[in-house]
Unconditional design. Structure first.
Length: 396
């Protein structure tokens, strides 16, 4: 019997995006195959991470990289690396950061609910600047002098949350933070595609960058990438490894600078974020496939399916459909279904329907439902159309 049937769990149609609560991306058979191969053998996890580092470095242009159990875990490990560096006593103390520089700067406009991952390492977030644009009070964003003025001997790093809107501001931030000798961590969890973003933040000079593996990369849901400076990646790796090793026989990965360590660390703050050999193998395979993919052809294929869906929805009373074409910055085409004040009611109906359907809710207040085709299986296109038409009729 199929495991979902056995558990009494229905399969859902997801056009809301690669959301974690809906299981993230759908993996291609080749990725599953890589996971199956890794699952059936024993390996040295540090060796596997070191192999993955070679691929991540080649693809991102970074000095090194590791597979994490997601971008949020990557953020915690990145902050832990900036707090402890190669200091074993600090590694042992985290998340207790008494006696060490522990302040992490963020622009007020970059604060979001993944802040928790930053605080988890023991850092204290200091948010700086104003939210003039967000509140409509003014036109200016965070200025370099405001960052400079906020840096003290207690500052450990700055976190920059990359979006299509903020990314152009990164070089100015890097310049001022690097001039004070401190690292910048970039949260680029959901900034793929475009594929060029795998290199963009690293080539701008970011010290560490995190990406989700379970979003558009198409890797395992519980995977991510932490890429960046070799010393910081090594610190992050040793803080997530199983360190129940004997000093006489431990042969650390080449990413770990044994000379810089005064002793052998115990299990670190990242021990709870362990990554299985299956996730490492799956993420690396997904990353290679993401690199090999023809992005334009992929977007065009999704666009053609959305056009067919639009045609099938033509003439439904009270529904107007708009296609949002793929662009350089947002290379996945989407649909906006304008349904008026009943939008929220329709979201609820669709979610409890048969099969349950999840649409994008970002523009619900404006009476719009979002359709993102990234996790829509082609064989479900017609089912989606039927569910939308039925729900439109029943909420008219
Ligand atoms: C999705 C997301 C994360 C978390 O990514 P996971 O891989 O699910 O841990 C962190 N930051 C931002 C901005 C995100 O969009």
């Amino acid at each position: 019997m199929d495991i979902l049937t056995q558990l009494g769990v229905p399969r859902r149609i997801n056009v809301a995006g690669t959301l974690t609560r809906l299981g993230g991306s759908l993996m291609e058979p080749e990725v599953l195959q890589a996971m199956v191969q890794a699952a059936a053998v024993s390996v040295d996890i540090a060796e596997l991470q070191t192999g993955a580092s070679g691929v991540i470095a080649r693809v991102t242009g970074a000095q090194a990289g590791i597979v994490t159990s997601g971008a949020a875990a990557g953020l915690t490990l990145a902050v832990a690396a900036c707090l402890a560096r190669w200091d074993v006593a600090r590694m042992a103390a985290l998340p207790d950061t008494r006696g060490m520089p522990n302040r992490v700067l963020m622009a007020r406009t970059h604060r979001n609910s993944y802040d928790h991952a930053i605080r988890l390492a023991g850092a204290r977030i200091i948010d700086i600047g104003h939210n003039d644009r967000g509140t409509g009070a003014g036109i200016r964003g965070l200025e370099p002098w405001e960052i400079d003025a906020a840096i003290t001997d207690q500052t450990a790093a700055m976190v920059f949350v990359a979006t299509a809107q903020t990314a152009d501001e990164l070089p100015a931030v890097l310049e001022v933070v690097h001039a004070r000798g401190l690292p910048v961590i970039v949260d680029a969890a959901a900034q793929l595609p475009p594929r060029s973003n795998l290199q963009r933040f690293i080539s701008a000079g970011a010290d560490l960058v995190v990406f989700s593996g379970g979003k558009a990369l198409g890797g395992p849901q519980s995977s991510g990438i932490l890429a960046g400076r070799r010393d910081l990646i090594g610190s992050a790796l040793v803080q997530m490894m199983d360190m129940d090793v004997s000093p006489q026989t431990w042969s650390p990965s080449s990413l770990i600078d044994r000379q810089a360590l005064k002793g052998i660390p115990h299990h670190g703050i990242g021990r709870g974020f362990k990554v299985g050999k299956e996730e490492i193998a799956g993420l690396v395979c997904a990353l290679e496939r993401f690199m090999a993919r023809d992005e334009d052809a992929h977007a065009a294929a999704l666009g053609a399916r959305l056009q067919a869906i639009t045609a099938a929805l033509a003439g439904v009373p009270g529904l107007s459909v708009r296609m949002i074409e793929a662009t350089q910055r947002a290379p996945i085409p989407t649909l906006e279904l304008e349904v008026g004040p009943r939008a929220l009611a329709m979201v609820g109906r669709l979610q409890t329907g048969d099969p349950p359907v999840h649409v994008g809710e970002r523009l619900v207040d404006a009476g719009i439902l979002g359709i993102n085709p990234q996790t829509l299986r082609p064989e479900d296109d017609a089912v989606l159309v039927r569910c939308i038409i039925n729900t439109c009729r029943s909420t008219e």
